[in-house]
Every structure is written in C-alpha cells, then in structure tokens.
Design a binder for this molecule. Structure first.
Ligand code: UD1
Length: 453
C-alpha cells in the first residue's frame, strides 16, 4: 500500500513537471508561432498629421558603433522596431549594458564587453549585423559575426567591406556561415570602393576610426544615415571629414570619449512612405519631424505626378486632388531616387494616368511586390531590373504577402487605396523597420487593424 502511494505521488510529480515544461515552452515560443496579419478596409483618402521616427538605417549602424566607446553613451530618437531590438540584444550578449530611459531613448554601457563573437542565430535576422565586424575589429582587433540576413533583394555581396578591412591590415576569413576579421594592428590607408555601397562605406569608416594614421575612402555612398553615423562618431571624439561627399577622410584617434549623448536623424524612407501614401490616396498629409532636404528626389517626382508639396523647417505637407500622372523612375544612390522607396512609388504608378517605367539600378530582384499588386488588379510587367506600369483606374482588395520590408509598406498603401478588403501577411518584415505603422495610418483615417490568428 505504501509503495502504491509513493508511486502515485511520483506520477503526480511527473505529470506536474511535464505540464510545467510544456507551459514554459508554450510561453517561450508562442511569439514565434503566432500568425499576424493586417486587415485593411479601403478605400480611404488619407488626411491629417503623422510624426516620423528616427532612421532605422542610422540606428542599426549607430548601435554597433557604440562598441567603439569604452564608456557610456545615451542614444535618443531611436525607433522602436525589431531590427533595433535585435541589435540591442546582440550588444547585450557581447557584454554591453543597456538601460531604457524612455520608449525612444536608452543608455548603453560598453565598458565590460567580454566577447567579440556575435551569435549567428541573431546576426542572420537582419542586414546591419555586418556593422559589428567594423566596430569590433576597430576596438578589439577581432570580430566573428554570422553571415548577415535582411531582405531578399538579389545577391548582396560584402566584398567591398572585406576589401576595406584587408587594406587596413586585417585578415578576413569567410567560412561555415561566419565572417572572421582580425588584426594585430590597423593602419590607415587609401581605399577606393568599386561600387557605391552604404554598408561598405559605414563599415570601413567604423574600422578606421581607431586605426593608426589617416584613411581615405573614395567613391563612397552619401545617404543621410552615413552622415548621421559620422556625426555620431565625431560627437564621441572621432575625426571624420567629408561624410555626405564622394570622399571620406578619417584621421585615426587613440580613444573615443567615455561619455556622450546623440539623437538619431529622422527616417528618410518612412517620410517618403507617407508622402507617397498621401499621393496614392489623393489625400492631404502633413509629415512632422522630417528633413525636407533629404526628400528632394522624391519631392520633384511627386510634383511631376501633379501633386503638391509645401516644405517647412522640419515638416512637409503633401496633397493631391487628382489622379497622379505617369512618371519614369530610375533608382540611384543618394541624392538619386532611393531604391527603398521604389515599391511605394510603384503603388502610385499602378493607379497613375498613363504608362510609367521603373528602372531598378541597385538590386537585381526588387519587383517581387508587383506580383502581389497584380493580384489587386494592377497591370505591371516586370522583367529583370525594369517594370512597366500600365496605370489602372483602381485596385481591389485581395490577400497579399509582404515579400520584404518596403514591399510590405507599399502593400499597406495599396490596401488603403483599394476597394474592398486587403489581408496582408508576412508583416514581421514590416515590423523590422516601421514603428507603429498601422496606428500611424489609422490616425490618418485608414481602416486598418492587426489581427492575431
Ligand atoms: C543599404 C540599406 C538598404 C538599401 C541599400 C541601398 C541598410 C541596413 N540597408 O543596404 O535598405 O536598399 O543600402 O540604398 O542600411 N555591393 C557590392 N559589394 C559590396 C556591397 C554592396 O557589390 O561589398 C552592391 C550591392 O549588391 C548593391 C549595391 O552595391 O547592388 C548597393 O548595396 P549597399 O549600398 O551596400 O546596400 P546595403 O548596405 O546592403
């Protein structure tokens, strides 16, 4: 009898243990299993005000750049997006201490970094993880980073990053899904980029900040976020000149300051997304906390489409009272038309009056969204790096998939202007780069909600 009681007690304990383990697994992974979608009821004319967050592409470079500091710095105007969260996670894995002061501001203490190897499962989740290479190499002379992930836009080589590190004196090895860079000593040198690359420009700049002597990088990219990273580094004591021009000169310094504060530049691409949403919906939207000068190439195209723009110090009003006209677009490095606004402008051209052509000159595979727009009634023929948009009168709601981050934003605009209901799947891509996007669209009058299946 005593043995039976003991057995029963064990059984209860085992069952309780099993339940606890399953519960733990469920709680741990339910975020991964949940399927979220956006449900959009068209057709809405957007109007009102929207405020832009800090730039994703600047924040995801500045966060790893804090590794160059042996101290504490505070970053403000940081967007609350998943690429930022994972960047912070990785830095914490390496030994940084991050304290959030508010939703968009945190203090990061990089005095006790104990590892120069970033975990592969996290670096593969976004593109900008490659900046860990330049930053760790610069301060610790060693970096091991899993291959970067990011949107699938065609081949995304990093040969120019590697060429820059090697010219500075590092040995770089790419094997088993990892990139390892190490050096006893980094020596300033002259580097000419074969391709204008945002990533290579920033990464080499990071690697050169603490190198001996002067590094000159020619044929660099000039995007606003490159200038922002250079401004951040200079605020922290680096000696960088020429960011925003074709040549960047970095006089190596021995150490950066051990304390500082920096506010991230407003997001050029989020600004453009809402400018194009205003045109597509024939709406009237004022966009706050943006830099109108960064929007010059888009603004001129919007005027060419027949819409109106009024610029203020840090805001832009865009309004459109007729069907937009056809325009042709070629994406180019800044100050040309940004490739990251190509899917969003594609939505406008899908309903424009006439035939438009987009030539995508940066990425070989950035027209995947056109198949989704065609499901909504668009008439787009994409071949290689060119797409022809025969403007249709209207789009109709349909179930569609965000093929990448900017394609997702474009499909939200499409859902807003379409007749009927659009269900947008794969929205985790959108959360990587846009903060509270459905709330912002809702505030402008869109009928959009996030549904958890
Ligand atoms: C960054 C942006 C991305 C944007 C792109 C172009 C981030 C995190 N991402 O990506 O949103 O679409 O700039 O504005 O900031 N290339 C090479 N070799 C290299 C590097 C690049 O051949 O070593 C080529 C690429 O294949 C591409 C072109 O150069 O055709 C531009 O790429 P790059 O500017 O480096 O893009 P990313 O930094 O990856």
């Amino acid at each position: 009898m005593a043995a039976l009681c003991a057995f029963k007690k064990h059984l209860v304990n085992i069952l309780f243990l099993c339940y606890s383990v399953f519960d733990l697994i469920y709680v741990q992974f339910k975020g991964e299993f949940k399927l979220e979608k956006l449900v959009i009821e068209g057709k809405t004319r957007l109007s009102g005000d929207v405020t832009i967050n800090g730039a994703k592409n600047a924040a995801v470079a500045i966060i790893p750049a804090t590794l160059l500091i042996d101290g504490i710095c505070t970053l403000d105007n940081v967007p609350n997006i998943s690429d930022v969260k994972i960047s912070c996670d990785i830095l914490e894995d390496l030994g940084a201490k991050i304290t959030w002061n508010s939703e968009h501001c945190f203090t990061i203490d990089t005095r006790n970094i104990h590892s120069t190897s970033a975990p592969i499962d996290k670096t593969s989740k976004f593109r900008a993880s490659y900046y860990l290479l330049g930053a760790l190499l610069s301060r610790f002379k060693h970096a091991e980073v899993g291959s970067p992930g990011g949107c699938k836009l065609g081949a995304r080589p990093i040969d120019q990053h590697i060429k820059g590190f090697e010219l500075l004196g590092a040995k770089v090895k790419v094997a088993q899904g990892k990139i390892t860079a190490s050096s006893k000593h980094l020596q300033g040198t002259s580097i000419y980029l074969d391709t204008v690359s945002v990533g290579a420009t920033i990464n080499i700049m990071l690697a050169a900040v603490l190198a001996d002597g002067t590094t000159t990088i020619e044929n660099v990219a000039k995007e606003p976020h490159i200038v922002d990273v250079a401004n951040f580094l200079n605020t922290m004591g680096a000696d960088i000149h020429g960011a925003g021009t074709d040549t960047i000169k970095i006089n190596g310094v021995r150490k950066l300051k051990s304390e500082g504060t920096y506010s991230v530049v407003p997001d050029q691409i989020e600004t453009g997304t809402f400018m194009l949403a205003a045109v597509a919906s024939q709406g009237d939207v004022t966009i706050h906390n943006c830099i109108p000068e960064h929007m010059a190439s888009l603004s001129s195209k919007i005027v060419e489409m027949g819409a109106n723009i009024e610029e203020f110090d840090d805001s832009i009003r865009v309004w459109c009272d007729k069907r937009p006209s056809k325009v042709n677009i070629k994406t180019l490095p800044y100050p040309g038309f940004p490739t990251d606004l190509q899917p969003q402008v594609g939505v406008v051209l899908s309903i424009a009056d006439g035939t438009s052509i987009i030539n995508e000159s940066i990425w070989e595979s950035r027209f995947q969204y056109t198949g989704e727009l065609n499901k909504m009634g668009a008439n787009i023929n994409a071949q290689g790096k060119t797409a022809i948009f025969e403007g249709v009168e209207k789009l109709s709601g349909a179930p569609v998939y965000a093929t990448d981050l900017r394609a997702g934003a474009a499909l939200i605009i499409a859902g807003v202007i379409a007749e009927g209901t659009t269900e947008l799947y794969n929205i985790e891509h959108i959360d990587r780069g846009y903060e509270s996007i459905e709330e912002k669209f809702r505030k402008l009058g869109a009928n959009i909600k996030r549904v958890n299946e």
